[in-house]
Design a protein around this ligand. Structure first.
Ligand code: SF4
Length: 535
């Protein structure tokens, strides 16, 4: 073992000149040097030393295995899907996307990131094969009528009480997850919506969903559709467009907007009960509380582990960082929500690795972090690797992201009346409702969160067309000054990279870091570059 270690060290030393982090330290290259100009296409894989490069490549192969399994399990539906849906082609960018997300990752942070990412890839690929195999637009399948299409921002845990039905978040495949992978896709759907007469000043997420509906690019599954008013008025509008286009009987799950009010929970609880009754009627099935309790136990364990992870995140020795944390939590909470035990197992494994790294006092990114930031506000989903860039370029560790603070309450697993109340609480605290809308105290909570996680910086995503965020600008600036946080308002247009580009976003941070804080970049090749043609 000692001999192998020695050999690895000797080879790593010989080849270190190919390591972009080593090059950046010496001013002779860096992480952006690998790319063709304007694109996200790298000329060669990142050299991270023998062990990390082999590990990273092994994980690349593992993800390729999941994709191959997807196509092998449903070759004809997948082919038809590529032919029928523009968004299917965007999934081909997944490998580039993952490589970009974990640039500069080494050691523990690399291993943890890949555990989390593979959980997403294996789940998503299975879901794509399942949906396409049963999509009535492509000819349908044996499970078409057993699926319940529901709005992606509703946590599906409460639907798991229908033992023989399969909840499918309808917008996730054509819009909600794919906009993270391909910045060029959603502008097409936004244009479709605007050509139809939709005003151009609405939230681009909701515009894109509307465009997908008008373009007839939603798979057609199930016997009834569960829509929602979550998280905001723009979402209500897109739900209305979608229900007309999808053309199934629908149930709008309208949860309380100001959900911290005492009257909100009985109302939201009743809404979930009504939805259960609606599905029983439309599908001719009976709700099974024991089945719900089984899935609630999975979710409870995941939420309990999440709180344990947070304790590590408060320290400099947490190897679960940046996008590896936030993307995983967003997907596992919003799309899985107790339905897949693979995620519970991943959480256990990751917690073990985090604990081990902590005991070794391991600092991610070779201890180069200079600032700890809390990322708040709906993130620009065309710039998913922003947390990676901001760490590699300026040494800012995104400790936690707004979405990670979604409902973390435990669900009662013995009493149905208590369970449904807990489910209402969990559902109200879903993505964006709990943060960007739903009352001033939700937005204002960022200072408390940032303090709890020992952050010295707050980066506030300012979606230029989010009605929830408009108007809080000056108040947040004032509070940041009073409380002593470094504070950046980061403009973006959520799913439309044409309004504010990734490059514009980087400039905003770089200007703050160089002009206000007078700091030097860790990797000068990352400060300003053109990636306008990248996935
Ligand atoms: S970004 Fe704002 S406007 Fe868009 S869906 Fe979220 S809360 Fe609504």
């Amino acid at each position: 073992m000692i001999m192998i270690d020695g050999l690895v060290q000797r080879i790593d030393k010989k080849l270190q000149r190919f390591d972009p982090l080593w090059q950046a330290r010496r001013g002779i290259g860096g992480l952006r040097s690998r790319y063709y100009d304007k694109t996200g296409v790298a000329k060669y894989r990142e050299w991270r030393g023998i062990r990390d490069t082999l590990y990273d490549y092994g994980q690349w192969m593992k993800n390729l295995g999941s994709m191959t399994a997807m196509v092998a399990s449903a070759p004809i539906p997948c082919l038809k899907g590529f032919w029928e849906y523009r968004w299917m082609g965007s999934y081909l960018g997944t490998f580039m996307f993952i490589d970009r997300l974990f640039e500069g990752y080494r050691g523990y942070e690399l291993r943890i990131a890949h555990h989390n990412m593979h959980a997403i890839v294996q789940s998503l690929t299975k879901k794509i094969a399942l949906v396409l195999s049963n999509d009535k637009r492509l000819g349908g399948g044996p499970l078409s009528d057993q699926m319940i299409p529901y709005d992606e921002v509703l946590p599906p845990l409460f639907l798991t009480g229908f033992k023989d039905l399969i909840p499918i978040p309808l917008q996730t495949l054509p819009e909600f997850i794919i906009c993270d992978i391909d910045q060029q896709l959603e502008p097409y759907y936004i244009d479709v919506a605007e050509s139809f007469g939709l005003p151009a000043d609405v939230c681009s997420r909701c515009a894109a969903e509307t465009g997908v509906a008008i373009d007839d690019a939603f798979p057609i599954i199930g016997k009834a559709f569960i829509t929602t008013n979550m998280p905001c008025n723009a979402s209500e509008a897109t739900s209305m467009f979608q229900r007309r286009r999808v053309g199934l009987p629908d149930m709008p799950v309208t949860l309380a907007m100001i959900h911290n009010e005492p009257g909100a929970h009985p109302y939201s609880t009743q809404m979930l009960k009504d939805t259960i009754a609606f599905i029983e009627k439309e599908y001719g099935v009976t709700y099974d509380w024991d089945e719900l309790f089984k899935h609630a136990k999975e979710m409870n364990e995941q939420n309990a582990i999440e709180l344990e992870k947070w304790e590590f995140m408060k320290t400099p020795y947490c190897a679960l960082v940046g996008i590896a944390e936030s993307l995983y939590r967003l997907y596992s909470w919003a799309s899985v929500n107790g339905q897949d035990s693979y995620f519970t197992k991943t959480d256990r494994k990751v917690l073990k690795l985090i604990t081990k790294a902590y005991k070794e006092k391991y600092e991610p990114f070779s201890g180069k972090t200079r600032h700890r930031a809390f990322l708040w506000g709906p993130s620009a989903v065309y710039y998913t690797d922003f947390p990676t860039w901001v760490e590699n370029c300026w040494g800012i560790n995104i400790v936690l992201n707004m979405d990670s603070t979604m409902g973390y309450n435990q669900i009662n697993t013995t009493d149905s009346e208590e369970a449904i109340k807990d489910l209402a609480l969990l559902s109200e605290k879903a993505t964006m409702r709990h943060h960007a809308v739903g009352g001033w105290e939700n937005v204002n909570a960022v200072w408390e969160w940032a303090k709890r996680f020992n952050c010295d910086m707050v980066i506030f995503n300012d979606n230029v067309s989010c009605k929830g965020m408009n108007g809080v600008h000056a108040m947040m600036e004032e509070q940041a000054r009073d409380l002593g946080f470094h504070f950046v308002f980061l403009e973006h247009d959520l799913e439309d990279c044409r309004t504010v580009s990734r490059r514009d976003m980087r400039k905003r941070i770089s200007d703050y870091m160089s002009i206000v804080l007078n700091e030097q970049p860790l990797d000068p090749t990352l400060v300003d570059f053109d990636d306008s043609e990248a996935y």
